[in-house]
Design a protein around this ligand. Structure first.
Ligand code: B3K
Ligand code: ZN
Length: 889
């Protein structure tokens, strides 16, 4: 397979103004007829006069140009294209092809999910349904006719507006849809099935009524309320914050059980992984509820950032994804709590994007070459892309940023554009010069800010020196300094904020956060008028996606952890302190944690003023993989041992405090009578209640590290009487720690109970698989192998694959990295098995192995051997080929 390069971009030679499609739907064999109105693109260079359409796995049955059937000498078909020789400047092309949805295991194009038929076109799935110019800068008006068996597929959906329905002879029926908005083919969708529907409506700011339809398998109809409420909240939010109204009279969401990713923003017809739609307090955790709100909002926001304004080519993917992630993060911050949302975003960025940026798969937010575009739906394009928008928003300030997005929507509506067009709007609306800022889109790698400070007591002057550098990444040995906002505050001994006044400036109105701008490799800031040596609170709100180093003393970190008014900085101080303690314990096992750490922990645990949700973040230890990222070579076992040991020590030292806080928080929960399975009250799903449960279950997690009979009983009781899945799964997570101990039967009982309760609910069963795959108990690898043979395991269902294989490989470092290589072998075998079926998923699952260079020599050899083994296989997919090439060469 050959790479596609950004520098080779050429505008399309032909445009398609209108596409009339007819699908004669059937799971085994579907016929697709297309009538395309095509014309030469006046803005493009004239080629050899022939038309090249994309098409894969299509069986061409008929082809006609302006109603003249084409003889075989006038066109050429191969595996990937249909070339029609010498076409006029404007013409109609009609084709008819045969496709096989039931045989489509890649879940790209038209495929079956359970009993329904559905599509996934982004990025290049449309070409698996008909011959087309399958690229985002070709935008056509679509008119679609769907014909299917009326009993099996009573519901027939496509983009835009329903035009017409007819009953046909032979038990079939037909539906016509028209989308008035021109769109690229990747936004096309159709769904056919026996689906239930819940309805609501939304009145836009300008007073238009929009019908909202949510479709699902009938047994799930009572689990869609939260998704619907989230949708309406997102619609209002987009009007209020960006002035964006919805533009059709109907907005539809369909929940499907077989889906490669989270969801898809097809125009007017979003198709969702059921995981991001279905929820009830008994079946979904608080995290699931938050995930649903954010994905529903994300896909809805794409209607403007993605659909109305789309990408010129796939290198521009972050234009829509980075901006839309930024928008959904801000939405979630407004719904649930700003600090906690930001902390979750930063945690995710550090857990996934920083390692990507530091490894063989590193690429810029706007990549310059790819073999398989599906490999570039990455955390760099998405989450780092969102950070780039966030930094621009911060540099502009709220008013100018709003003016800039207004300009963007006005200037580019209906167009397929680039990240450059986006940045230009930021500049044009603000007058700022973002020339240097553009490097963020082009340079891969995470910048490191090395900060030092000195204090001149006599003058009350505090000098902060900031140096930035970025390590080389594949293909980019040299990096230039970047332009970024650095938000900071200064904290005094009593924990209060001090004024932040730069030399030569008038005294500020009051203390608080200041945003400084970095541009140079080295910069010095001089703060004056200070009565004492401050502790700098740096990178508040995580104002730039960088690694910041400052030589804090433990005492200074403790002060920030207790008092920083910026929640993100407070959390970050706690993380740094814990990281320090833990890394010391890795080097010297059996060192007790410093008393100062236990005291700081106890103080935070007892803080009755702070938001419990924030405390739950502050008191959670850094993850094993994050700790690994901080080491030269990851000491998988040492880290696991140290982290567990510290949790035991905290649990032992602070048993009473943990229990007290646990009980105080648990009192809020409704109680379920186990026998009657009835609850005295409805569970509370407010952000405050979710925060209380988070802190409570954090306490339980610590307590279960050193469980005596009382703690065990408490955990069992929580498991058995929980009114929410959040509490039940937290109980189960505690009990499963007993596996492979002499109290193992408590774990087994709970797991069996859980299975029996939920074996009919696929999404809950995914949790049952995942929680076992993530257990650090020594027998886990063997159990994962058994679970692969479990009647409820299915290699054809991506959610199930992720919940077992993905959860094990990406979420269980100590077992996955078992010294004998058994974990690596398991992953490689499953990737090999999956690749011919679903290459996109296979290539994603492989990722933990791509980080092989981070490990000790013996693990490196084992990991490499598995990767080489995969590469030596015949007929691996381009997806896998690209990832293997990058991490092995
Ligand atoms: N745009 C889709 C992702 C498509 C992935 C294709 N491999 C979902 C989203 O980002 O909203
Ligand atoms: Zn998206």
């Amino acid at each position: 397979p050959k790479p596609t390069r950004l520098e080779d971009y050429q505008p399309p030679e032909f445009l398609i103004d209108r596409a009339e499609l007819r699908f004669d739907l059937d799971a085994v064999e579907t016929l697709v007829s297309a009538a395309l109105e095509i014309r030469r693109n006046p803005a493009a260079k004239r080629g050899d006069g022939s038309l090249r359409l994309d098409g894969e796995q299509l069986e061409l049955l008929e082809i006609a140009l302006d109603d003249r059937a084409l003889p075989p000498v006038e066109y050429v078909v191969d595996e990937r294209t249909l070339v029609v020789q010498r076409v006029p400047d404007r013409f109609q092309l009609r084709t008819r092809v045969r496709i096989h949805p039931a045989a489509n295991t890649a879940l790209e194009g038209l495929y079956i999910s359970g009993d329904m038929l559905c599509t996934q076109c982004e990025a290049e799935g449309f070409r698996r349904m008909t011959y087309f110019l399958d690229r985002p800068d070709v935008m056509a008006r679509f008119a679609v006719t769907l014909v299917a068996d009326a009993t099996r597929y009573p519901v027939l959906l496509s983009n835009g507006n329903p035009i017409d329905q007819e009953t046909l002879p032979g038990g079939r029926h037909l539906a016509r849809w028209e989308d008035p908005f021109p769109k690229p083919s990747y936004l096309f969708a159709l769904v056919a099935g026996d689906l239930a529907r819940i309805e609501d409506s939304f009145t836009t700011a300008s007073g238009r009524e929009v019908a909202l339809h949510l479709y699902m398998e009938p047994r799930n109809r009572d689990k869609c309320g939260h998704a619907m409420r989230s949708l309406k909240a997102a619609m209002r939010w987009d009007e209020e914050h960006y002035g964006r109204e919805y533009d059709l009279d109907l907005f539809m969401i369909v929940a499907v059980s077989h889906f490669n990713m989270g969801a898809m923003e097809n125009k007017g017809l979003n198709v969702f992984n059921a995981k991001y739609v279905l929820a009830s307090p008994e079946t979904a955790t608080d995290q699931d509820f938050a995930g649903i709100a954010s994905v529903v909002a994300h896909e809805y926001f794409h209607n403007w950032t993605g659909n109305r304004i789309t990408c010129r080519d796939w290198f521009q993917l972050s234009l829509k994804e980075g901006f839309t992630v930024f928008r959904d993060q801000e939405f979630s911050a407004d719904q649930g709590g700003r600090d906690v949302q930001r902390i979750a975003d930063v945690r995710a960025l550090r857990a996934r994007q920083f390692p990507e940026d530091a490894g063989p798969m590193a690429h810029p937010v706007r990549p310059s070459s790819y073999i398989e575009i599906n490999n570039f739906y990455t955390t760099t394009v998405y989450e780092k892309g969102a950070e780039l928008v966030r930094m621009q928003a911060r540099l502009l300030g709220p008013e100018r940023f709003r003016a800039a997005t207004d300009l963007y929507f006005q200037r580019h509506d209906g167009q397929a554009v680039t990240t450059e067009d986006f940045v230009r709007c930021m500049e044009d609306a603000s007058g700022l010069d973002l020339t240097q800022f553009r490097r963020w889109y082009e340079q891969a790698g995470t910048p490191v800010l090395e900060c030092t400070a000195d204090w001149e007591a006599g003058q009350g002057t505090y000098r902060l020196e900031v140096r930035q550098h970025t390590d080389p990444t594949p293909g980019q040995p040299e990096k230039s300094p970047r332009h970024m906002p650095l938000a900071l505050g200064l904290i005094g001994t009593d924990g209060r904020e001090l004024p932040v006044q730069l030399a030569g400036e008038p005294a500020p109105i009051g203390p608080g956060t200041r945003v400084l701008e970095l541009r140079e490799a080295r910069q010095v800031f001089e703060f004056v008028g200070l009565s004492e040596r401050p502790v700098p609170s740096l990178l508040r709100g995580f104002s730039a996606p960088v690694k910041l180093r400052f030589p804090y003393s433990d005492e200074e970190l403790t002060r920030l952890m207790a008092a920083d008014p910026d929640g993100v900085a407070r959390w970050n101080a706690a993380q740094q302190l814990a990281e320090r303690v833990l890394l010391a314990m890795v080097v010297t096992p059996d060192t007790p944690p410093p008393q100062a750490f236990i005291d700081a922990f106890a103080a935070a645990l007892g803080d009755q003023e702070a938001d419990p949700a924030l405390l739950a973040e502050v008191l959670a230890l850094p993850s094993e993989s994050y700790l690994g990222d901080q080491m030269q070579a990851v000491d998988v076992d040492g880290i696991h041992r140290a982290r567990e040991a510290l949790m035991v020590q905290v649990a032992t030292a602070l048993r009473a405090d943990l229990l007290e806080r646990y009980h105080a928080l648990h009192r809020f929960e409704p109680v379920t009578d186990q026998a009657a399975a009835s609850t005295d009250r409805e569970p509370d799903l407010s952000p405050a209640a979710m925060g209380r449960r988070a802190l409570k279950n954090l306490c339980l997690g610590y307590l279960m590290r050193a469980p005596d009979d009382a703690v065990l009983a408490l955990c069992q009781r929580q498991y058995a009487t929980a009114a929410t899945m959040t509490d039940r799964i937290a109980g189960l997570r505690g009990l499963i720690r007993l596996r492979d101990t002499d109290q193992a039967e408590l774990a087994e009982q709970a797991l069996t109970d859980f299975y029996q309760r939920w074996s009919q609910d696929a999404l809950v069963l995914d949790k049952w698989f995942a929680i076992q795959a993530q257990a650090s108990a020594p027998g886990t690898l063997g159990r994962v192998k058994q679970l692969l043979r479990h009647a409820n395991f299915s290699i054809g269902n991506p959610n199930r694959v992720r919940s077992l294989i993905g959860a094990f490989a990406a979420g269980n470092p100590v077992c996955f990295h078992a010294a004998d290589g058994g974990g690596y072998r398991l992953l490689a075998e499953q990737v090999a098995r999956l690749d011919p079926l679903n290459p996109q998923l296979a290539s994603r699952l492989l990722h933990p192995l791509t980080q092989w260079r981070r490990h000790d020599a013996s693990r490196q050899a084992l990991m490499r051997a598995e990767l080489e083994g995969l590469r030596a296989r015949d007929g691996i997919s381009p997806d896998l080929f690209e990832v293997l090439g990058k991490c092995l060469d």
